[in-house]
Design a protein around this ligand. Structure first.
Ligand code: NTF
Length: 770
């Protein structure tokens, strides 16, 4: 979820246009990863820093490793925002990011006996040197209370009498652009108690209550919800949403009002991007502020709202769309609920004029969902109030138009666009893979690709050059050594550098199909065990690396982690197998781990059931680093195929249009024998924990195989075999690797934000005077 505001039109500079703001979503957003290396690279002072540190007796790399990850987000959505901030700064866009300064970021994953345990991530233990506390920038945020009707200048109006006030205090985190003086700001809000309330309690002698209330206020920004998919109707979560939205909008409106005495120019100066539905209350809040506080007429306020908001959704599954129970919303934000009802009333009236009394459709498109738990559909609210609805890849956008938001697409086809995600080459090549960075610059004869990613295509010309092959292989080997050392230190397992390093790192989800990967590893193991010794010599050695966190309440995902450990235990200790196969689970997967693992990977897996991954961004990071992809045609991989060609990756599996029919097909026709065999091995307790794994097996056999592991298994094994074959021919492999990097330009977040700037926000870069 992103909510951004940007100054529109031609602006002189960031400084003269300080009305410009980029209001970034908070709850799935964060500073993600470490800041030191990225900042010194972007500022162009890395070598000076390293020299200065060495004079003080410190090694730069060692020092940089000491920094902890800021994990103020869950997964791809959060890291996407961080990449986009880097691009916005680098490309001189006048932007601001907003978020929540959680005290506890995403939990730390600790593995005990193969099971995931969650430990709190109190990342502020040693302070955060990157932030500047703005004690004077704070705003009251109100909750609860009642709404009363009053008469003002002869007109009746609604007045919200809140029951609780909390203070939002700003902490600024500068984001420097690369090769520019432009530095943008990420403003994070921390919740503090409202002084007023404290005193009242104290005066009545209720000292204990005063302290408890202080703590209650601070709770709002205390902890990040660790589930990136399910949105239970939790009051604290809703409070976080509104706290972030209210503080950020007060900040933006204050800056706007500094230079304007009415709201006529507001849509000219501000663009707000709803990045997923988590900040969608912003549309309601803007209406409330304009109507109740600024006393604009409803129509005038509505006109402004419809011009400033655009919406990006990051999910494919209708069931993952956020809904807020009306009772909860009405008690926490009573005035907002009224406004939502009014917006919906107007929308329904307009809709009736367009489609007539088609009650089925009217009820599906309504912002209010009737039913056992009456709820507000945040996606519908966002679509109704936004001028643009974006998908995060072309395929995602097609699914939105034909399935998820079909009715809305038929009503407003002009609103629907897509902006395929991207990642920043500054962090994902320059910072995390410095030797590859140097090699690319040497062969292209310039470092300009770091700002102008399209230049990477120039590598194509040398894809068959023997000297480049030599150097490319050397860089890859050194990165593999670094990863192998990490694996040994972390797990005690020694891995061979001659093996193919095969990686799947991402959040654990059934649709991402880590289970498919593990089952195919069991199959490989089974094949090796059943081979003659002479045959084993022909096996291409593999090190399979899996990493990812499971949401604490997601039982199936936790079982998949345990299965991975159980299988690893068996394989890694089997003398028959030796270096031919190793399975490693990398614990506590986070951005820093990704920076180490991605450059050292030969093959990476992006194997979601077609039609489930909205985009995926991990695949882009691997691609940039010259890692070959083993993938289904899902999300952004479809566009990767267009860039590098099917022949340079290993594609498999059902296509998106085939999935519905496959789900209908009778279970007996779906899975091949090899699949049944490996599932049986798990069922029979080959890896222990027979009872515990039973439900995992039940979930992929028969009609329960919703994610189609069985029907994709045969083609998955074929793709794996093709990868083995290609790896034997190292020159061919290296050429494919070079072509992967060369073709990755389209997947830079520079391209994504330029696209947003031009076609959604209508803004231009403004260069800082030097
Ligand atoms: C994720 N969505 C999608 O699952 C990914 O495919 C996509 O690459 C990223 O967003 C970024 O667009 C979510 O994390 C969420 F929360 F929306 F489900």
């Amino acid at each position: 979820m992103i909510l951004n505001s940007i100054s529109r039109g031609k602006t002189q500079s960031v400084y003269t246009s300080c009305l410009s703001s980029f209001l970034w979503h908070s709850l799935a957003f964060g500073i993600s990863g470490r800041s030191l290396s990225n900042s010194v690279i972007n500022l162009g002072i890395r070598d000076q820093c390293a020299d200065a540190l060495s004079q003080l007796g410190f090694e730069y790399e060692v020092l940089a490793e000491q920094e902890g990850d800021a994990a103020l987000g869950n997964g791809g959505l959060a890291r996407l925002s961080a990449c986009q901030m880097d691009s916005l700064a680098t490309l001189d866009y006048p932007a601001w990011g907003y978020g929540l300064r959680y005290q506890y970021g995403l939990f730390r994953q600790v593995i005990l006996d193969g099971f995931q345990h969650e430990q709190p991530d109190y990342w502020l233990n040693f302070g955060n040197p990157w932030e500047i506390e703005r004690v004077h920038v704070s705003y009251p945020v109100k909750f609860y209370g009642t709404v009363e009707e009053e008469t003002l200048n002869g007109k009746s109006c609604q007045v919200w009498l809140p029951g609780e006030t909390v203070e939002a205090v700003a902490y600024d985190n500068p984001i420097p652009g690369y090769g520019t003086r432009n530095t943008i700001n990420l403003r994070l809000w921390a919740a503090k108690p409202d002084g007023q309330y404290d005193m009242e309690s104290y005066n009545t002698g209720d000292y204990i209550n005063a302290v408890v209330n202080r703590q209650r206020a601070e709770t709002i920004s205390s902890v990040l919800y660790p589930d990136d998919r399910s949105h239970q109707g939790k009051e604290l979560r809703l409070k976080q949403h509104y706290f972030f939205v209210s503080a950020s909008l007060q900040d933006i409106i204050r800056r706007f009002k500094d230079g304007h005495n009415n709201f006529d120019d507001f849509p000219e100066k501000i663009a707000l991007q709803l990045n997923d539905t988590h900040p969608s209350l912003a549309v309601v809040e803007v209406m409330r502020v304009l109507v109740d506080e600024e006393h604009l007429g409803w129509d005038q306020a509505w006109n402004i709202v419809c011009k400033i908001f655009s919406f990006t959704t990051h999910t494919v599954l209708p069931e993952a769309l956020e809904k807020i129970p009306v009772d909860l919303l009405g008690s926490l934000l009573p005035r907002h609920l009224q406004i939502i009802y009014d917006i919906n009333f107007n929308f329904m009236e307009e809709l009736k004029k367009r489609i007539g009394l088609d009650f089925n459709r009217l009820s599906q498109m309504s912002i209010v969902e009737e039913g056992a738990v009456k709820s507000i559909r945040m996606a519908n609210l966002s679509i109704v109030c936004s001028h643009t609805v974006n998908g995060v890849s072309r395929m995602h956008s097609e699914l939105l138009k034909t399935r998820v938001f079909k009715d809305f697409y038929e009503l407003w086809p002009h609103k629907f666009q897509y902006k395929t995600n991207g990642v920043t080459q500054r962090r994902w090549i320059v910072v995390s893979n410095p030797s590859l960075c140097a090699l690319i610059s040497k062969w292209l004869g310039t470092e300009a690709w770091i700002r102008d990613i399209d230049l990477l295509i120039g590598l194509q010309e040398f894809a068959a050059d023997a000297d480049l092959h030599q150097e490319w292989k050397m860089v890859r080997k050194v990165n593999k050594m670094r990863l192998a050392e990490y694996i040994e230190a972390m797990s005690g397992v020694k891995v061979s550098l001659d093996a193919m390093f095969d990686v799947q790192i991402k959040r654990i989800h059934e649709y991402k199909r880590q289970l498919l990967n593990i089952l195919s590893i069991i199959h490989r193991y089974d094949c090796i065990k059943n081979m003659e010794k002479t045959q084993r010599r022909k096996v291409v050695p593999r090190v399979c690396i899996v990493g990812g966190k499971a949401a604490p309440g997601y039982e199936v995902a936790k079982k998949i982690i345990k299965l991975c450990h159980a299988v690893a235990e068996k394989i890694n200790n089997d003398a028959d197998v030796g270096d031919l196969l190793k399975l490693i689970f990398v614990p506590d997967y986070n951005v820093s781990v990704a920076e180490l693992v991605i450059p050292g990977a030969d093959l990476s897996q992006h194997i979601s059931t077609a039609g489930h991954e909205a985009s995926g961004t991990g695949c882009m990071k691997f691609l940039m680093n010259g890692c070959l992809l083993l993938a289904t045609a899902d999300g952004s991989t479809v566009e990767i195929i267009e860039e590098i060609g099917e022949e340079n990756m290993f594609l498999f599996g059902a296509k998106v249009h085939e999935v519905p029919a496959l789900r209908e097909k009778s279970s007996d026709d779906k899975a091949p024998l090899q699949f049944s065999r490996v599932v049986r091995m798990v069922r029979d307790g080959h890896f222990g924990f027979k009872d515990y794994f039973k439900s995992l097996c039940d979930g992929v056999e028969g009609d329960s195989d919703f994610y189609l592991l069985g029907s994709d298994f045969a083609s998955y094994l074929e793709a794996q075999a093709a990868a083995d074959k290609a790896f034997v021919d190292q020159e061919k492999w290296t050429q494919m690797s070079i072509l992967s990097t060369a073709g990755s330009g389209r997947f830079s977040s520079d391209r994504t934000v330029e696209d947003y700037a031009e076609t959604t926000w209508g803004i231009e870069p403004c260069t800082c005077p030097s």
